[in-house]
Write a new protein. Structure first.
Length: 136
């Protein structure tokens, strides 16, 4: 990041807000700049100028690359990682008899988001017979 050009405070605010809000340029511009008396056409024109600014383009590319890297790291959260974390919590709980339910819940949710835990539902025949009867 040392090679990135220096931005003004308002440009920095624009880049940050643009990255955070899903690339909504008008909203990022309104956040960073005073828009009193500006109509939508003026705001959109200013957004286009900022997005064509080479300094801002470099920063936005860097932000996108960093976001992609963080996202890829989180995707790499494996079943083994999940179970290792749960084992660590279990060992700490055995030692000090503490309550780690919140930490376990956080690990469980992280595992679910990564697709490692799936709620299973048992299907019984009674409901199926009713559905088949209705289809006749």
């Amino acid at each position: 990041m040392a090679d990135l050009p220096t931005l003004t405070d308002k440009q920095q605010q624009f880049v940050l807000r643009y990255a955070i809000n899903g690339n909504n340029g008008a909203e990022a511009y309104r956040f960073a700049y005073d828009c009193k008396g500006s109509n939508e056409a003026t705001i959109n024109s200013e957004v286009n100028k900022l997005l064509k600014n080479p300094k801002i383009t470099l920063w936005l590319n860097q932000v996108k690359a960093n976001v992609q890297e963080v996202f890829e790291d989180e995707i790499k959260y494996s079943v083994k990682d999940c179970f290792n974390e749960l084992d660590e919590v279990r060992e700490r709980a055995k030692k000090d008899k503490g309550n780690y339910s919140q930490e376990i819940k956080a690990i469980e949710l992280k595992g679910k988001l990564a697709g490692h835990f799936v709620d299973k539902h048992q299907v019984t025949g009674g409901g199926l017979a009713e559905v088949l009867d209705k289809l006749k």
